[in-house]
Design a protein around this ligand. Structure first.
Ligand code: SAM
Length: 292
């Protein structure tokens, strides 16, 4: 048990524009952390030595793990995701089907009819499921793939379902990830189990970005198929890890209370997205001295 220290709640004034960070993920992910990348890099650099492993137990679009692998900020990356649709994309790309998937994307002619036909299909090999997942991700409103999500209606410049379908960009990102796949392991499963497996390793770092459903908050519920996790259990588990961790949460009183109970520091972090909407979330860790 760690000594309860003063919770230091300050605003990090750095407002990051997502446009300035390289986009490497094949997903447009609800709750994606592209905007947090500059801070994540500072956190990793603050460790002095390169972590052997970075575990991203709630990977989603995996931007943190991808950035760490591409920019060689860590030696190896483990991505974990429970959602089988999302997992299919990682399994296909990291399992050797990156070129196949890229070609499938390049050869698809997007329109309502072809989209409906594809999305109506089921089964088949993982790579086909991966293709359907990316189609859904790029044509659903907000990139949301959870049940109840609908297609983009108007999109950018009234381009509707095509407004987020950039086949060339997508194919390029997928091929690039395929090229560094030996550095990234993907596990379809429960992120908490994987944290537990690596808890005693002092040279493993954890970037933990769970669905925001703690303290009765509903924000994460409509965004993800799997949105219920044991938040208190996650905090308890995180308290036991020997390596460094950085956790992100929505700024809610219940979350701050939980952090205080576990002796963690919190900082608020501000961002502005491509629509210039200001947002604020919490960074939580045992050590946030690198923030200042
Ligand atoms: C906030 S999102 C992560 C977003 C990610 N950091 C990004 O930048 O794209 C949370 C993710 O956790 C996944 N998830 C929910 N429960 C999980 C569990 N028990 N184990 C692993 N992943 C889980 C959800 O499917 C969702 O993709």
């Amino acid at each position: 048990m760690h000594q309860l220290t003063l919770i230091n709640v300050d605003d990090i004034q750095t407002v990051v524009n997502v446009a300035s960070v390289p986009q490497r993920s094949p997903f447009r992910y609800p709750g994606g952390k592209t905007w947090l990348i500059p801070q994540v890099k500072r956190w990793l650099f603050s460790m002095g030595t390169k972590p052997r492993l970075l575990v991203e137990p709630f990977a989603g679009g995996g931007i943190v793990g991808l950035t760490a692998a591409f920019e060689e900020l860590v030696e190896r990356v483990v991505l974990v995701e429970r959602d089988e649709q999302v997992a299919s994309v990682w399994r296909a790309i990291l399992g050797g089907d990156a070129d196949w998937l890229a070609n499938r994307i390049m050869n698809f002619e997007m329109c309502h009819e072809t989209l409906e036909t594809e999305l109506g299909k089921g089964g088949g090999p993982i790579r086909e499921m991966a293709f359907r997942t990316l189609l859904r991700n790029r044509t659903n409103h907000g990139g949301i793939m959870a049940p109840g999500a609908g297609l983009i209606k108007y999109g950018e410049n009234g381009k509707g379902i095509s407004s987020r379908w950039y086949p060339r960009t997508l194919a390029k990102r997928i091929r690039e990830i395929g090229r560094i796949r030996s550095k990234i392991e993907f596990i379809q499963g429960d992120g908490l189990d994987v944290i537990r497996e690596h808890a005693c390793e002092s040279e493993t770092a954890f970037f933990i970005d769970p669905p925001y459903t703690a303290a009765g908050k509903k924000a994460g519920r409509r965004l993800y198929t799997y949105n219920e996790i044991d938040h208190e259990g996650l905090f308890t588990l995180t308290e036991s890890v020997r390596g460094k961790f950085l956790m992100t949460y929505d700024d809610a009183k219940g979350v701050r209370d939980m952090a205080a109970r576990h002796g963690f520091f919190v900082e608020t972090v501000a961002m502005s997205n491509t629509h210039h909407t200001k947002m604020q979330e919490l960074l939580i860790s045992k050590d946030l001295a690198w923030v200042r």
